[in-house]
Design a protein around this ligand. Structure first.
Ligand SMILES: Nc1ncnc2c1ncn2[C@@H]1O[C@H](COP(=O)(O)OP(=O)(O)OP(=O)(O)O)[C@@H](O)[C@H]1O
Ligand SMILES: [Mg+2]
Length: 277
């Protein structure tokens, strides 16, 4: 059985059906991305999957257990950092570490938080509060906090969405490094509106069509060796085909103009038939 099982999830707000028949299985240690346009229901799905919001229909289970509330075995990184503004970077991470490791003492909690902040390059900024940090630094704190609880599953909702292109690319590489260096594989489900980011980090990618009643495309495997370099992926033949297959689904379900960012893709008719699944 897959570690994360999303089965037939639907969600309606009032009259508006946002998600319909969303099913996805993520295997242990896998990094799966969901790419979708703005307002297609990505964050809604990212609230339902970890148990922050109930599904209207369908179910989610993690490790065979139905998800009914947010679990200590999960960590989430949101686009807007979600740090407590009155606490320092160290205290923000420590606050998550304490309940994750209740058997350890205060000194251990501090040292553990310290270690993860150093891993994301914030060794000299630990005493600063979020308001004294740049956007990229704040998102580093959020990533350190997520990894520091050593979660079984990680949910990332456009974790780099608020960052400039250069910072975004640096943090993407750091996230890839932390995933590969983690002591055990962290099963990760990431939401993104950027197909290139998904190709850089994922084992498989699914596209969420534009709503109402958005559903997922078949998964597209990314069989490229990791770690991957963003600049090499731009012209990599396999990456170009993956981009095209996802764009084909997204444009087919989009009202014009298609709203998912990414580099230009060949039209679907240009994809050799044998390259399609
Ligand atoms: N709590 C809510 N109550 C009513 N409508 C909601 C609620 N949450 C989301 N919606 C609606 O559901 C739709 C999908 O919202 P959601 O935030 O999931 O989109 P998204 O794909 O994450 O968009 P973005 O890319 O802009 O973050 C939107 O039309 C939004 O207005
Ligand atoms: Mg969102």
């Amino acid at each position: 059985m897959a570690l994360i099982e999303i089965a037939g999830v639907a969600k309606t707000f009032g009259e508006r059906c946002v998600l319909s028949g969303v099913s996805l299985a993520v295997e242990e240690g896998e990094f799966v991305s969901i790419a979708g346009a703005s307002a297609s229901g990505k964050t809604t799905l990212m609230k339902i999957a970890p148990g922050l919001m109930p599904a209207g229909k369908g179910s989610v289970s993690v490790d065979g257990k139905p998800v009914t509330e947010f679990s200590r075995e999960a960590a989430i990184v949101f686009q807007n950092y979600s740090l407590l503004p009155w606490l320092s970077a160290l205290e923000n991470v420590r606050l998550a570490v304490e309940p994750a490791f209740p058997g350890k003492g205060a000194a251990w909690h501090t040292a553990h938080a310290d270690r993860y902040l150093r891993m994301v390059g914030l060794g000299t900024a630990m005493s600063k509060r979020p308001g004294q940090l740049s956007g990229g630094m704040r998102q580093r704190v959020a990533i350190a906090r997520a990894f520091a609880v050593e979660p079984k599953v990680m949910f990332l909702d456009e974790p780099f969405g608020a960052l400039d292109a250069l910072t975004r690319s640096t943090l993407q590489q750091e996230l890839a490094r932390m995933c590969s260096e983690a002591s055990r594989p962290v099963t990760t489900l990431m939401i993104t509106n950027n197909i290139d980011e998904a190709i850089l980090l994922s084992d498989r990618i699914v596209a969420l069509g534009r709503g109402p009643a958005a559903s997922l495309s078949p998964a597209v495997p990314v069989g490229l060796p990791k770690p991957r370099a963003a600049n090499l992926l731009l012209h990599d033949k396999a990456a170009v085909l993956i981009r095209a297959r996802l764009a084909e689904f997204l444009t087919a379900t989009a009202r014009p103009p298609a709203a998912v960012r990414g580099t230009s893709v060949p039209a679907a008719r240009e994809i050799p038939v044998e390259a399609r699944s």
